[in-house]
Design a protein around this ligand. Sequence first.
Ligand code: CO
Length: 389
Amino acid sequence: MACMRRTSFLQRAFAMLAGTNVIPGWMREPGGTVPAYGSPSSFESAVARSPADARNIALSPLAAQRGIITASGLCFVRCHAGIPAIDPSQHRLLIHGLVKSPLVLTMGDLARLPAVARIHFLECSGNTGSEWRGPAAETVQQSHGLASCCEWTGVRLRDLLELVGVSPSARWFLAEGADAAAFDRSIPIAKAYDDALLAYGQNGEMLRPEQGYPLRLIVPGYEGSANVKWLRRIKLLAQPVYSREETARYTDLMPNGSARAFTLIMEAKSVIVSPSGGQHVSSGRNQVVGFAWSGRGKIAHVDVSLDGGSSWRRAALDTPVLPKAFSRFTVAFDWNGQDMALLSRATDETGYVQPTLAQLVRVRGVNSGYHNNAIHGWRVSTTGAVSRL
Ligand code: CO
C-alpha cells in the first residue's frame, strides 16, 4: 500500500514536472511487446532520408546523427538503376583478367574466409556539388547529406588476390556491380593491397539492399561511387577502363578545358550539423557539434570560428579518432541573442587543411560539380534562427 502511494505520488509529480495533471499511459499500464526486428521510436519519424522514395538518390539526415556511425537505414544512397533484389544464393563473385587462376566465389565461400570489421566514411564525390557558386542549400542534409559512416565487415581484397595469383603486369582492377546498370569503376591495384574490403556486413548485420546486398567493395577514403555495390566482378587490368561511368561522370572539368580523371581520394572536410540550417538556438549554453573526415587518414584537429573566421578555437574531438572515418567534434558556446557566423575547418594527419571556397575555385574553377570540400558555415540570427552563411 505504502509502495502504491509512493508510486502514485511520483507519477503525479512527474506529470506536474511535464506541465500536466494527466498521468501518461506509459506510467500506468505495461508497455508493448518486443518486435522481432526493432524500428526507431514513432516519435522520431521526422528523421528520414530525403527525398523520399527516389530511385537513385537519397540524402542522409546528418543533423539527426548521434555519433560517428550512421544508422544503416539512414545512410545516403546513390545508385544508377534502382535497388536490385539479389538472391544471395544465386550471387557469384568472379575474379579474372590478369590472374593465374580465375575464381568464382559464392557468398558461402566468402563467409568462410577470414574477415575484418572497419569503420569508414563514404562520401559521394558530388556531395556539396550545388555550392560551387556559393551558398545554395538551406539544410546540412541538402548540402552534405551524401556522406555517411558505418562499420563494414568483409574479406580483404588482398587475401583474394593471393588466391588467384595476380600477374605482374596488373596495375588496375575493374569492379563491376550486378545491378541493371552494370555499374563499374577502375581502381589502382595498390588500393587492393592497401585496405580494400569485399564487405558483406554493415553495422553488425548484413548489408542493406540499397548498400549493395549481398556484397560490395569498400575502398576506404575513395569517392563513394568507387565503392561498387552488388559486386559481381573484379577484373585485373594493365590499364584502367574508360567506361561510360568514367567519362560521362566522375571526371572533373577544369577551367582550361582539360579534365581530371580518377580523382578518387576524398580530401579532408568538415561540417557543423548543430546548430545548422532550419534549427533554432536557445539562450544560454549551447554546443557546436559537427563531423570531420579525410580520405587520407585521421583527422588531426578541427578549428571552429563563431565570428566568421576572425578568430578560431580548437574543437574537442571524440575518441577514438579513426582513419578514413567520421570524427565528431564539439565546441561549447554561450548565446545571448547575438548574431553569429559559425565555420569549421578540418586538418588531417598529413597536414592538409580544408580550403575556403575561394581557394578551391582558384584552382579548380566552377565547371565541375565534384569534390567540393570547402569550409562551410551557418548564420545564427538575433532571433536564434539558423540559416546558410
Ligand atoms: Co573524383
